[in-house]
Write a protein that binds this ligand. Sequence first.
Ligand code: COI
Length: 330
Amino acid sequence: MKFIAFDVRDDEKTYFLAWERENNIKVTLDSGVLDDQALEKVKGYDGVLALQTRAYPAGMFEFFKKHGIKVLSVRNVGVDNLDLKAAQANQILVTNVPAYSPNAIAEFSVTQLLQLLRQTTIFRQKVAAHDFRWAPYIGEELCSKTVGVIGTGRIGKAAIKIYQGFNAQVIAYDLYPDPKLKSQGIYVPTLADLFQQADVITLHLPATAQDHYLLGEKAFAQMKQGVYIVNTARGALIDTKALLAALKNHRVAGAALDTYENENSIFNHDLRSQPFDDPILAELLVQPNVLITPHIAFYTKPAVENMVLIALNSAKAVCQQGKSDNLVTK
Ligand code: COI
């Protein structure tokens, strides 16, 4: 049995090498993305590991089938960029890492919200310019806010626990409510209720065709004046143009975006000497009340270790037993 892993970063290598030694299974590490050109490289392997938010090559699963590859094991949770129907049609099993560290993402989203509430970006800029005055940048307190959590899976649950630790009032919405959370009475019946009641809206749901632009013009119009938005989930959940408009008319007081709908050619790239052509992002980047981070909520040592090891173990289980606890295809 042998595997090839794409998009491998230096910070993942130690975990790959340790697993390879322990399991005596060859894993070829490739730092490039799995795109059309890279597809040729998978020939001769039993399983492929990948991690990317951009689309995978069209026809990838047919190619895998033709070359005897049994499994695609992604080292992340989101599978919105994969054609799972094509995987099934070609009998390729796909696994993800459903819970590498819900806390990594939950902690990061709360961190970003706190920075928005205390306007730390502005203070950092002012202090760097030796302006040490306070006013008029007075802060808000999380304990007096109603936080609306959309999506109460593992990450949403971890976020709720943290927010409750801050004594914030938490309300939540999920198409599939969690029975334990339901007994706490935190669910509101509709998204509109959440929009109307929340001082903070934090997204913790996957991107599907149904929730594309979940937060768009209509949703922003229903929200409280001065609401804060946090998105560490997927860029496609927010109509960024509508968000910019809502920031300009002060419906939205601040936004922390770790994901962005057009992030693929920008986030995790060094563009210091290469200007990017994205006027919307360029405008967001200069807003003092917007925090942009390049999809790093997941990026902690425990999470990265889990992503690598769980993905490898899933690929091995599929090759040896034809199944894995982390299958996203049948
Ligand atoms: C995910 O796990 O789906 C993430 O958003 C992390 C990212 C590295 C793809």
